[in-house]
Design a protein around this ligand. Structure first.
Ligand SMILES: Nc1ncnc2c1ncn2[C@@H]1O[C@H](COP(=O)(O)OP(=O)(O)OP(=O)(O)O)[C@@H](O)[C@H]1O
Ligand SMILES: [Mg+2]
Length: 265
């Protein structure tokens, strides 16, 4: 029997922007069903560009992106879904939490009663069922981000793309949300591609970490983490986690734009 096609497959994909900037040199990447793959690397190495190519928000200048072995138009035909979570939760301030979460279903023309029935389960997934009637201004930064994740989950995505979703949050809140994400992804087998600046976050969440380098953007190394490890507070305190962080620190230092002998600030 043929092996199933990977969820996402980039084949010699490159990106040159109209102004001539080479965002990505040709690269290959395959992401399988249920993987949580993180992209880390210095600013400007093409993490967001890569994510936007996968979301079909950018078109490659060369090579091909395949979604479940097909082109992008097949996604809608086969009822598959992609959800994108940005660093800024971008909630509608004039609408309460429930209405914010319902937005993508409204845009898709899902009948109101069906859409309403999906709001509370999505809010429950992020521990916010008690806040359905609150307005964004009445929420903490972490709660606003949870609403943004519920809004992504309410469409029941087959692929979740996240670009530094917790980058603006304090470390404590970020750790809590990372634990929630790990639980959600493990429970639902959600395929996720996650951009972060934090190697600790990548180490905690990922089944695989892609370390990227800049000028031009490219893949420097891949680091596999046993997906079977429970991602909880005990994991964060473990020797295994410390070793993963050390390994990722070493890989990141290889692509750091500051070289020995260079002046600091
Ligand atoms: N629309 C665009 N037009 C021209 N150049 C762009 C465009 N978008 C990104 N770039 C360039 O492509 C390169 C990769 O940018 P990208 O935003 O993907 O980096 P990144 O790894 O996400 O950085 P950061 O960590 O700062 O978010 C950079 O040199 C950037 O200036
Ligand atoms: Mg970026």
């Amino acid at each position: 029997m043929l092996a199933p096609a990977p969820t996402i497959h980039l084949q010699s994909v490159e990106k040159v922007f109209p102004n001539g900037v080479r965002g990505l040199a040709p690269l290959d990447l395959a992401v399988g069903q249920g993987e949580l793959v993180s992209l880390i690397g210095p600013s400007g190495c093409g993490k967001s560009t890569l994510l936007k190519l996968i979301a079909n928000l950018h078109q490659p200048s060369g090579g091909a992106v395949r979604w479940w072995g097909e082109d992008f138009s097949a996604i809608g035909r086969e009822g598959r879904r992609l959800s994108f979570v940005f660093q800024d939760p971008t909630l509608m301030p004039w609408s309460n939490v429930a209405t914010n979460v319902r937005l993508p279903l409204d845009l898709d023309g899902v009948p109101r009663a069906q859409a309403e029935a999906r709001i509370m389960p999505a809010l429950r997934q992020v521990g916010l069922e008690h806040a359905a009637k609150r307005y964004p201004a009445q929420l903490s930064g972490g709660m606003r981000m949870r609403v943004s994740i519920a809004r992504a989950l309410v469409t029941r995505p087959d692929l979740l793309l996240m670009d530094e979703p917790f980058g603006a949050l304090d470390e404590f809140t970020r750790n809590r949300l990372d634990e929630d994400m790990a639980r959600l992804c493990a429970r639902d087998g959600l395929t996720t591609i996650f951009v972060t600046h934090s190697l600790y976050e990548a180490a905690f969440l990922s089944s695989r970490v892609i370390v990227m380098a800049a000028d031009p953007g490219r893949i420097h190394a891949e680091y596999v983490i046993d997906p079977g490890m429970p991602r909880d507070e005990a994991f964060r305190m473990s020797d295994a986690f410390a070793r993963i962080c050390r390994d990722l620190t070493a890989l990141l230092s290889e692509v750091s734009p500051r070289r020995a002998g260079e002046e600091g600030i």
